[in-house]
Write a protein that binds this ligand. Sequence first.
Ligand SMILES: [Cu+2]
Length: 202
Amino acid sequence: MFILIVSALFLIIHQGQCAMKATATLYADNSITSYGILTFKQENAATPVRITGLLSGLNASSALGFHVHEYAVLKSAPNCMAAGGHFNPYNTTHGPRTPDIRNRHVGDLGNLTTDASGNINIDLEDSIIQLYNATQSIINRTIIVHGFRDDGGQGGFSDSTTTGNAGARILCGLIQTSNALIIKPTMFIHYIAIMIVIIIFF
Ligand SMILES: [Cu+2]
């Protein structure tokens, strides 16, 4: 019983403090061919989301637009068009991956650049997208890699200010939470402290 109470208290205290993690497997449009898996990790709601992963089999030495689009797609053989437009809860103008929300959509993540073999080793951070349950959460939305460079709204094309003139949706994947929260070492210290306090007072 003791343990149950302590565990319940512990979970309440730590809700929102555990790191959150999500993953997305990227497929070619309407295909079951996977091009790699991306991992999204955020320590708490006030820290950036870190995106890591390896994508391969793409055109060599190319900048490819990279965005979170609004709607979910199927986990496998996704129809990338079903993801709708850029995730843009604040109705802002399209822009580059900047910490200034006034000059981008929440889902605007700039470009990925492939190496000479057509691979991308992704490791980037963004301070606007969220994994926590907020207006900016990207969970159950779709990550998309486009065929061309995102001009960040500056290209002067008719779709520069909406999509960055990034071209076709070549890869997409549903962003899903990973079931396990990441337990930090400090949480055990808090757990033991709560146990001691309860034992002393009861
Ligand atoms: Cu896009």
